[in-house]
Write a protein that binds this ligand. Structure first.
Ligand SMILES: [Zn+2]
Ligand SMILES: [Zn+2]
Length: 294
């Protein structure tokens, strides 16, 4: 592969909460000079076949997924995302985890909608129930976005936001996966478990807190951390790079691109204002060395 091409191992298709089809994403990546790429849809690999079929000459495709998971740390519950790469999707433990997640999500989202219908006056249940509930991992946020899009009365949106904030703990607990289970399933399928966007969580404004989470994840067996990321400043990346070096972990890059008209302008391979444009990572080297690409 041409060393000057960029790497992006984390973006979303319309198989989860992205807006573009896998084929369109590959074309966009090609235009942006991306040479190694992975779609990492939330809890789904249903876009993988289309992605594989459309990888172009000179590109290296990588299998990816982003699991919605949780970690219990000091009796506190943290939602976090775990990326899986280069897995055997036919592995039983892996397959059953993906299925479990889809089932959990449908049950939890239906329950959540029912709850909103009961608690929030004038909640547009009939309209919302038509959103595809299997696609979204941040379902509460999707509901809010949808209501903004259809210019729903602001006071109802505000009430909903307040309610979602209070309920997030229980709601999240109902459908996220135990991160240890996620790491183990990725490993049993021969894949790499990489901690996604460490600077994009509610605890991320405090390096000590991020460090605690990373330490716990290391003890659970993660293989690496996404250190080049649209939500990471240069300072964050440098800080994370030291952690991966000290702990002998892999490091990766991902734009977490979802749609063209994103508010911060992030783009596949390039990130925000060309802040990514990364041509080599230890994970990409490992994937090339072990030929776990297609
Ligand atoms: Zn994520
Ligand atoms: Zn993502």
């Amino acid at each position: 592969m041409d060393q000057e091409k960029y790497i992006d191992l984390h973006f979303h298709s319309n198989s989860s909460d992205g807006t573009l089809a896998p084929k369109e994403l590959v074309n966009l990546a090609y235009e942006n000079n991306v040479g190694m790429l992975a779609i990492a849809d939330h809890d789904s690999i249903s876009g993988l076949d289309e992605f594989k079929c459309n990888i172009q000459k000179g590109m290296l495709g990588v299998k990816g997924i982003e699991f919605s998971s949780y970690l219990t740390i000091n009796n506190d519950y943290q939602r976090l995302h775990m990326l899986g790469y280069c897995f055997d999707e036919n592995n039983n433990a892996f397959k059953s985890l993906v299925n479990e997640m889809q089932e959990k999500r449908i049950i939890a989202h239906k329950k959540f909608l029912q709850e909103l219908k009961e608690k929030i006056k004038k909640f547009p249940y009939e309209e919302i129930k038509n959103l595809n509930i299997t696609k979204y991992c941040w379902f509460d946020r999707e509901i809010v976005n949808y209501l903004i899009k259809i210019t729903y009365p602001e006071e109802i949106i505000e009430e909903l936001k307040r309610y979602c904030k209070i309920k997030r703990f229980n709601y999240g607990n109902a459908y996220n996966l135990d991160v240890q289970k996620v790491i183990d399933a990725i490993h049993s399928a021969g894949g790499y478990a990489i901690f996604a966007h460490p600077m994009a969580y509610s605890f991320s404004n405090d390096y000590d807190e991020v460090n605690k989470v990373i330490s716990k994840l290391i003890s659970m067996g993660i293989d690496g951390i996404e250190i080049y990321q649209s939500d990471c400043s240069q300072k964050d990346t440098n800080w994370l790079k030291k952690i991966v070096e000290v702990n002998n972990l892999l490091y990766s890059v991902g734009s977490d691109f979802h749609k063209i008209e994103s508010s911060d302008g992030r783009q596949i391979g390039l990130g925000i204002d060309h802040s990514l444009c990364v041509t080599e990572t230890s994970l990409s080297n490992e994937i090339k060395r072990t030929r776990k690409y297609f």
